[in-house]
Design a protein around this ligand. Structure first.
Ligand code: HAM
Length: 420
């Protein structure tokens, strides 16, 4: 049997790549408009980065990472997300000595060993942005507004922005005790992962996907009701600034996010269209992460958006994508002499940025025209001995069916002008 892609991975084929190119380009434009610069980070990092960054007790680190020893015996992990790598790069490359804040965006693949379903894959793509060095609520709002503007620009409507605050390590300490107290008579009925988390990191119990555990969590205290004054003031500034810009939000006390680095603001944009996998993107503040990875204390906030989920959402909303580029002209040729002229002409047209296709299969004119039609070309031009002797050929507009005899000398200028 022919070899297939591994489960949870897929090819992005030529007939859909224009959709990807379109959102990639628009995302980069919006990020640059906010002053973000692109960063590219490695696909794999030392495992320790994610253990420390994403957190040892998270589902991602405990269950979902692609980890292996390389030939030198080092533990390596395919990145399950981008933030930890970006923060590592910020520290490693001395970006703390650049004018702050440092604003970075990325377009990456990420890898998680998850149960594969619609919108949930093992290799997937993320667009992300990270804002390092800014403490103010204005930074949280800037990060959210990149997304709001991006969705507006590409015509995605009706995503709901769910917002929460999960406080700082101080308020979380008190909350963890409260949560443990609430769970004390329930934990013996809960799964083994919850039992381990009960002592190590009680808040992570809120991530449990096991139905019987979830049932015990329905009346659990919400962290938002127990955050400290400083965190509350920050949250109020975030909501106030969102209201000022006019970005609607919904407060969702249940968002805890599946990564350990978050502090204060956490948020998700969700859709009703893509079912249970409705979270198109998520993010939040991570004021302790730079220090956790070995840098100086530096506040940070960012997001990542799942590109596959974004495209599913766009398709379900019936959003039209700009069409893939079609060739400007197909140069057909009959005979060897014409073939040589076509060769030269095609070269000249391409060097003038004209999207030009010619026969490279030695096919009959009829077959060449059939092929040109399938390529959806704008113009065709057929060269034979007569055309070369008279230096004239018939240019056919494939959209209107109109034909015109034109001098071969003017063809290039005419097409360049048409394209401008
Ligand atoms: P995350 O919520 O784990 O956050 O992932 C962000 C987005 O990636 C999700 O909302 C979803 O659209 C997409 N995604 C996650 N897992 C999968 C999957 N298995 N298949 C398809 N799409 C998926 C982060 O990754 C954080 N680094 C976000 C962040 C950046 N926070 C601060 N800065």
């Amino acid at each position: 049997m022919a070899i297939q892609t591994p489960k949870g991975t897929r090819d992005i084929l030529p007939n859909e790549i224009h959709k990807w190119n379109y959102v990639e380009k628009e995302f980069a434009i919006i990020c640059k408009r906010f002053g973000y610069q692109e960063i590219r980070i490695p696909v794999f990092e030392y495992t320790e980065l994610f253990q420390r960054g994403v957190g040892d007790d998270t589902d991602i680190v405990q269950k979902e990472m692609y980890t292996f020893n390389d030939k030198g015996g080092r533990s390596i992990t395919l990145r399950p997300e981008g933030t930890a790598g970006v923060v590592r790069s910020y520290i490693q490359n001395g970006m703390s000595s650049l004018p702050q804040p440092v604003k970075l965006f990325y377009q990456i693949t990420a890898y998680r060993y998850e149960q594969v379903q619609q919108g949930r894959y093992r290799e997937f793509h993320q667009f992300g942005a990270e804002l390092l060095g800014a403490q103010d609520a204005a930074a949280d709002v800037e990060i959210i507004s990149i997304l709001a503007l991006f969705f507006e620009k590409i015509g995605v409507k009706n995503l709901i922005l769910n917002l929460n605050s999960i406080g700082c390590p101080e308020c979380r300490k008190a909350y963890n005790e409260l949560l443990k107290e609430y769970l004390s008579d329930k934990i013996s009925d809960m799964c083994d992962t919850c039992k381990t988390r009960y002592d190590r990191n009680p808040m992570r119990i809120l991530d449990c996907k096991v139905d019987s555990c979830r049932a015990h969590l329905i009346n659990a205290p919400a962290l938002l009701d127990h955050i400290c004054d400083d965190c509350r003031a920050h949250f109020e500034q975030v909501t106030h600034k969102l209201e000022t810009i006019g970005i609607p939000y919904n407060i969702d006390r249940n968002i805890v996010r599946g990564l350990d680095y978050y502090t204060k603001t956490v948020f998700e944009f969700v859709s009703e269209n893509i079912g249970t996998k409705g979270t198109v993107c998520g993010g939040g503040r991570y004021d302790g992460l730079v220090e956790e990875i070995g840098g100086q204390p530096t506040p940070g906030v960012g997001f990542a958006l799942g590109v596959e989920r974004l495209l599913l959402e766009m398709e379900s909303q019936g959003i039209e994508f700009p069409e893939a580029d079609a060739p400007d002209i197909y140069i057909g040729a009959i005979g060897e002499r014409a073939g040589q002229v076509a060769e030269k002409l095609t070269w000249q047209l391409r060097s003038k940025n004209i999207y030009c296709i010619k026969d490279i299969m030695g096919r009959s004119v009829k077959a060449q025209m059939k092929y040109a039609d399938k390529l959806n070309v704008r113009y065709t031009l057929i060269l034979g001995d007569n055309e070369i002797d008279s230096n004239k050929a018939r240019l056919k507009d494939m959209k209107t069916g109109e034909t015109k005899d034109i001098s071969l000398d003017t063809l290039i200028d005419r097409l360049v002008k048409n394209k401008a």
